[in-house]
Each structure stands twice: as structure tokens, then as C-alpha cells.
Design a protein around this ligand. Structure first.
Ligand SMILES: Cc1cc2nc3c(=O)[nH]c(=O)nc-3n(C[C@H](O)[C@H](O)[C@H](O)COP(=O)(O)OP(=O)(O)OC[C@H]3O[C@@H](n4cnc5c(N)ncnc54)[C@H](O)[C@@H]3O)c2cc1C
Ligand code: SF4
Length: 341
């Protein structure tokens, strides 16, 4: 088919949609603002719930886009709606006349330093979930020195009125439980605590992972929000929380604190949304045409979504959406551009 489809974002959503659209024989152009494809998946080590290596999934996605025209280090400078198409000027100077555009701009990780009371970027031994994934990939982080007591703080930047985000990030409970098990495997003598509000272990086999964390790895789950963290002279962390099940205050000394930073709307995606006045929800993620039947459509004809740009989701959900988006785009192009076949 002679239609041009532009995909913005080379994470799991953009890669999977590109592979499907290429199979449907569209001229597919994928742009990625960073210097490599894979989005956040390229930053993760192993995936919940079964600890599948992230690299395995990424390699499959990359193999499937062999032959798709990809521009790295490329963003959108401007995008305008023409009669039935989109005139897009890319930051590499190339202009694309796209018959359909798929926004797959994903999410940004919540900036943990905004929760000053947890001391990220201030205290040496406070890290994030993303830092821990990086540690497992590179096998090095100077902040992780044979810790004996480790804490995980759930809901950092999510479900939190103080940072203006009441939404749940969906994936960080499962990530915390997975990472708690992994760190216990690496440091079997360590005591590991998870401070949670509710545990949202909603997916298949997630509950088994939680049971394994309790029974096999002896992870201790404490229901309560951490209120304060301070660094002591020997660099250990004094953590104050309230156990809301027993209604008792807790004070505990830890060697390492891992913050479960949540998912926020991508700033680079938002910039494009603003150029076209794409509708957004109160949480900043893009609004789909309706909330049941048209999850891939936006308020503009020919402009579609896939993946985490419409809200937090897992990789399997992202990939399913990307396939649906490719089909929606195909249906749209067949209906509106039958003369181009
Ligand atoms: C700590 C953590 C751990 C996780 N672990 C798991 C797990 O184990 N299992 C699981 O199922 N899910 C996991 N997830 C969720 C998973 O990361 C997401 O489901 C997935 O990354 C969503 O893919 P995406 O393509 O929509 O977005 P992203 O991965 O964010 O990719 C978006 C891409 O678009 C690019 N982009 C953005 N804007 C532009 C622009 N204007 N121009 C060009 N390029 C642009 C970005 O650079 C990026 O490469 C985890 C999430 C977090 C926060
Ligand atoms: S998934 Fe869990 S840690 Fe993440 S915001 Fe929701 S309740 Fe909090």
C-alpha cells in the first residue's frame, strides 16, 4: 500500500505497531528521540512475574522491525493537519506527509527527588526501582554495598495528593515484589521490608509471586506510608512509618531504601499533544476516543495511540494495544484512502 504511517516513539508500543504495519505493507516510518530503540524496556533487567530477561523480549521486537525506516535521535519539530493528512517536520530536517500518525511516546518515570522527605539525590543509600534494574544489568552501583536491611517504598509519586497525582501506576507493586525477591536472592542474609498502601497484584501469576515473596523469601510486608527518612552518621537510614494495621509507629534502621517511582505522562509526548490540541485526562495522560471501544483513537481522525501514552500499563498490555492500533490504522486507511491502493 502507498500510505505513509508515522510512528512517534520507539519503545515496545512503537516497535510492535511498526512490525504489524510493515506486515500490512504500509510505508512505515518510526522516529525515536533517543539514540536507541526499546524505550523503558531497554532499561529493565528482568520482567515480572516470571523474571523473563527483558533483553529477550526486546531482541524479538527489534528483529521484527528489520526493514522499517527508523530515525534515531529524532523528534517532531512541527505537525500540522492538512486536508486528510499530517504534514510533519522532523528535527532531522526531513518532512513526512503522513496519512496516519501513531503516538507511542510512552511515559516518564516520576522524579523521585520531588519527594524530598525520602532523600533521593541527597542521601547516599536511597535509590529508585529504575536504579535497581540498572544495577542488575551492569552489576555495579556504589550505593549498594552488601546491605543487611533493605526497604522498598511503594507509591512514590502515585496515589499522592501532595504531588498532584491520585492515580495508581499499576506496575510498581509487581516490580517491588519482584525486586524484593531478587535482592533477597543476592543477599540471602538481608532482612527485606516492603512499605505499601494496598498491594495491586492484579495480573496472572502476580499473586503467586507475592506468596513466594512471603513464604520462600521471607519478605516482610508492612502496610503504611513512610513519613520521613534521615541519614545517620554511619550513612545508614533512619526510616519512620506508621503500621496502619496495628496503628503503631515504626522506626527502623536500613542500609538501602528503594523508591518505587511511578509512571507519569511523557513530556516529549505532551509537547506533540499540545501542537495538535490532543485531549488529555486530569492525570495528564492522553484521552482515548471512548473508554471501552476506541482505546486506540484520539479526538483527531487519523491520529492514534498505543502503549503507556494513554496511562500506565504492562508490556503485554502495551503490545496488545499496539497490535490493535495497527488494525485500527489499517481500517482507517482502507476506508479513507482507497484511491491510493
Ligand atoms: C520500574 C518499572 C519496571 C517495569 N517493569 C515491567 C515488567 O517487569 N513487566 C512489564 O510488563 N512492564 C513493566 N513496566 C512497564 C513497561 O515499562 C511499560 O509497559 C512499557 O515501557 C510501555 O511501553 P511504551 O512503548 O508505551 O513506552 P516507553 O517504554 O516509555 O517508550 C516510549 C518511547 O518513545 C520515545 N519518545 C517519546 N516521545 C517522543 C518524541 N516526541 N519523539 C520521538 N520519540 C519519542 C521515548 O524516548 C521512548 O523510547 C515497568 C515500568 C516501570 C516504571
Ligand atoms: S501499583 Fe502499587 S506501588 Fe504502584 S501506585 Fe499502585 S498501589 Fe502504589
Amino acid at each position: 500500500m502507498n500510505n505513509n504511517v508515522l510512528i512517534i516513539g520507539g519503545g515496545p508500543a512503537g516497535l510492535e505497531a511498526a512490525s504489524q504495519l510493515q506486515r500490512l505493507s504500509y510505508n512505515t516510518i518510526l522516529i525515536e528521540k533517543t539514540d536507541k530503540l526499546g524505550g523503558h524496556l531497554a532499561k529493565w533487567d528482568r520482567l515480572f512475574p516470571a523474571s523473563q530477561p527483558a533483553k529477550e523480549v526486546l531482541d524479538t521486537l527489534l528483529q521484527n522491525v528489520n526493514g522499517v525506516k527508523c530515525f534515531l535521535n529524532t523528534d517532531v519539530n512541527s505537525i500540522n493537519v492538512l486536508d486528510k493528512s499530517y504534514n510533519v517536520i522532523l528535527s532531522n530536517g526531513i518532512t513526512v506527509l503522513a496519512d496516519a500518525v501513531l503516538l507511542a511516546s510512552g511515559f516518564d518515570l516520576f522524579k523521585a527527588e520531588k519527594k524530598e522527605e525520602y532523600g533521593y539525590g541527597i542521601y547516599d543509600r536511597v535509590i529508585t526501582n529504575a536504579d535497581l534494574e540498572q544495577y542488575y544489568e551492569t552489576k555495579y552501583d556504589s550505593r549498594i554495598q552488601n546491605p543487611k536491611r533493605i526497604g522498598f517504598v511503594h507509591c512514590v509519586g502515585s496515589r499522592d495528593e501532595k504531588v498532584g497525582n491520585l492515580a495508581c501506576s499499576k506496575v510498581c507493586c509487581a516490580t517491588a515484589v519482584k525486586q524484593a525477591c531478587e535482592i533477597k536472592q543476592e543477599f540471602p542474609e538481608a532482612e527485606v521490608y516492603c512499605f505499601y498502601m494496598d498491594l495491586r497484584m492484579f495480573g496472572r501469576n502476580y499473586e503467586n509471586l507475592y506468596l513466594k515473596a512471603q513464604k520462600q523469601y521471607d519478605i516482610r510486608f508492612i502496610r503504611g506510608r513512610v513519613s520521613e527518612v534521615s541519614e545517620q552518621q554511619d550513612k545508614t537510614l533512619l526510616v519512620k512509618a506508621e503500621d496502619t494495621l496495628s496503628s503503631k509507629p515504626i522506626k527502623i534502621t536500613l542500609d538501602l531504601l528503594v523508591l518505587m517511582a511511578g509512571m507519569r505522562p511523557s513530556e516529549a509526548g505532551e509537547k506533540i499533544g499540545n501542537m495538535l490540541q490532543i485531549n488529555k485526562e486530569d492525570d495528564g495522560f492522553f484521552t482515548t476516543k471512548d473508554s471501552v471501544y476506541s482505546l486506540q483513537k484520539s479526538n483527531l481522525p487519523g491520529f492514534f495511540f498505543a502503549g503507556a501514552c494513554t496511562g500506565p500499563k504492562t508490556i503485554p498490555d502495551t503490545l496488545h494495544e499496539a497490535r490493535s492500533s495497527a488494525l485500527e490504522i489499517h481500517e482507517y486507511l482502507v476506508k479513507n484512502f482507497s484511491d491510493k491502493k
